[in-house]
Design a protein around this ligand. Structure first.
Ligand SMILES: *[C@@H]1O[C@H](CO)[C@@H](O)[C@H](O)[C@H]1NC(C)=O
Ligand SMILES: *[C@@H]1O[C@H](CO)[C@@H](O)[C@H](O)[C@H]1NC(C)=O
Ligand SMILES: *[C@@H]1O[C@H](CO)[C@@H](O)[C@H](O)[C@H]1NC(C)=O
Ligand SMILES: *[C@@H]1O[C@H](CO)[C@@H](O)[C@H](O)[C@H]1NC(C)=O
Ligand SMILES: *[C@@H]1O[C@H](CO)[C@@H](O)[C@H](O)[C@H]1NC(C)=O
Ligand SMILES: *[C@@H]1O[C@H](CO)[C@@H](O)[C@H](O)[C@H]1NC(C)=O
Length: 315
C-alpha cells in the first residue's frame, strides 16, 4: 500500500540501487613500496569498464592506457576487474575510480589510497663542539607520513634533559650538558633514530697540589690533575723557572688530564716550590707544591719557609 504514496512520474529506486550507484570500497592504507590491488566488482553484463587514477585512465578493459610499468592487470572477468600497482609512492596517493558501464547504467566504485611512509631523519647536524656558555640549537628534521613527531634525549647521563621538539635548544650550555644526544622520529608505522655528540669546551681547573716530603736520594712524584676540555697541555715551573722534560734525574709524563713530575733521586737542590700550569685554548689554571726533606738520611735542612708552614723542626 505504501507504493500508492509515491507520486506518479518520479523514478522509483530501491535503497540498494541508489547505494550501488556510488559504492565506496574500503579505503586502502599502505606503506610506501608495497603493492596494492584495486578490485572492482563487475556484476551483470558489463559493456565497458575502466580503472582511473584521478582523471586519467589506467586500464580500459584489458587494454593498458597507463605507461607506468608498475601498473598491471590481475583479473578481468564477469566477477571482478582487478589491477595492481607495485612499489607505491607518495604520488600514488589519491582517489582511484572504477567506472562500469552496464546495460542498465554507469556505476562507479571509488577507493582512496593512502600512502604511509616510515619516518626518516633527513637533516641532522654532525657532532658539534662548543664553548661553555654558548647557546646551542640543533635541528633534527624528519620526513614521513603521517608527519612524525620528534623528540630529543641526552642518553649519556641520567637523561634529565629531554625535549619534544625538532629543535634541541640549550641556552648557555654547561659542561654537564655535554654528551650524546638522541633524536627520535616516530609515526604510526615506525621510528628512526640518530645521535649527535655535543662536546663542551671549558678552561682547566687543577686540583690543589699535595705537598710531599721526600728523603734525599729517594724518589719523589708530584701529581697535577686538571679538569679541562679539550685536554690541557701542562707546564711545570720551579719558582719562576720553566722545567723542560728530560732534564737529568727527572721526568714529566702527561696522560690525558694528569701530569706527573718524577724525581728519581731527590737532591738538596730539588727541594722547593713547584708550580704546575694546565693550559688549553680557553684558559689556564695552576697550583703549587712543596717538596721538602722529611728527615731521613742525615742532616737535611728543610726549606726555611717550610719550618713555619708545616711546623717541622730540623733534626
Ligand atoms: C576514504 O578517504 C577519504 C579521503 O580521506 C574520506 O573522505 C572517505 O570518507 C574515506 N572513506 C571511507 C569508506 O573510509
Ligand atoms: C596517479 O596520478 C598521479 C598524479 O598524476 C601520478 O603522480 C601517479 O604516478 C599516478 N599513479 C599511478 C599508479 O598511475
Ligand atoms: C644566548 O642567548 C641569550 C638570550 O637570547 C643572549 O642574551 C645571549 O647573548 C646569548 N649568548 C651567546 C653567547 O650568544
Ligand atoms: C743519587 O744521587 C746521589 C748524588 O748525586 C748519588 O750519590 C747516588 O748514587 C744517587 N742514587 C741513585 C740511586 O741513583
Ligand atoms: C709557591 O709559588 C707560588 C707561585 O709562585 C706562590 O704563589 C706560592 O705562594 C709559593 N708557595 C710557597 C709556600 O712559597
Ligand atoms: C697562577 O694563577 C694565578 C691566579 O690564578 C696567576 O695570577 C698566576 O699568574 C698563575 N701562575 C702561572 C705560572 O701561570
Amino acid at each position: 500500500m505504501i507504493l500508492l504514496l509515491v507520486p506518479a512520474g518520479l523514478p522509483v529506486h530501491s535503497q540498494g540501487d541508489s547505494q550501488s550507484d556510488k559504492k565506496f570500497m574500503d579505503n586502502i592504507t599502505v606503506t610506501q613500496g608495497e603493492t596494492i590491488f584495486l578490485r572492482c566488482p563487475q556484476r551483470e553484463i558489463v559493456t565497458h569498464t575502466a580503472w582511473l587514477n584521478r582523471s586519467s585512465i589506467l586500464y580500459a578493459g584489458d587494454e593498458k592506457w597507463s605507461v607506468d610499468p608498475r601498473v598491471s592487470l590481475v583479473t578481468l572477468n564477469q566477477d571482478e576487474f582487478t589491477i595492481k600497482i607495485e612499489n607505491v609512492d607518495m604520488t600514488d596517493e589519491g582517489q582511484y575510480v572504477c567506472a562500469v558501464q552496464t546495460s542498465r547504467r554507469p556505476t562507479t566504485n571509488v577507493v582512496y589510497v593512502l600512502i604511509q611512509v616510515p619516518p626518516k631523519i633527513i637533516n641532522l647536524e654532525r657532532d658539534i663542539v662548543v664553548n661553555e656558555g654558548s647557546n646551542v640549537s640543533v635541528l633534527c628534521q624528519a620526513q614521513g607520513k603521517p608527519e612524525p613527531s620528534i623528540s630529543w634525549k641526552l642518553i649519556t647521563s641520567s637523561g634529565d634533559l629531554a625535549t619534544d621538539d625538532e629543535y634541541l635548544e640549550i641556552p648557555s650550555i654547561t659542561r654537564n650538558r655535554a654528551g650524546t644526544y638522541e633524536c627520535t622520529a616516530v609515526n604510526d608505522i615506525d621510528a628512526d633514530t640518530q645521535t649527535i655528540d655535543i662536546t663542551v669546551n671549558y678552561a682547566p681547573t687543577v686540583s690543589d697540589g699535595r705537598d710531599i716530603g721526600v728523603k734525599l736520594g729517594q724518589r719523589g712524584v708530584l701529581e697535577c690533575e686538571a679538569d679541562a676540555v679539550p685536554e690541557p697541555d701542562f707546564e711545570w715551573y720551579k719558582d719562576d723557572r720553566r722545567f723542560i722534560n728530560g732534564l737529568d734525574g727527572m721526568e714529566i709524563v702527561n696522560t690525558g688530564s694528569l701530569s706527573k713530575l718524577t724525581f728519581f733521586n731527590v737532591s738538596d737542590s730539588d727541594y722547593g716550590n713547584y708550580t704546575c700550569v694546565a693550559i688549553n685554548k680557553l684558559g689556564s689554571s695552576n697550583t703549587s707544591f712543596i717538596i721538602y726533606g722529611n728527615g731521613g738520611s742525615g742532616g737535611i735542612k728543610p726549606f726555611p719557609l717550610l719550618v713555619s708552614l708545616f711546623g717541622m723542626t730540623s733534626h
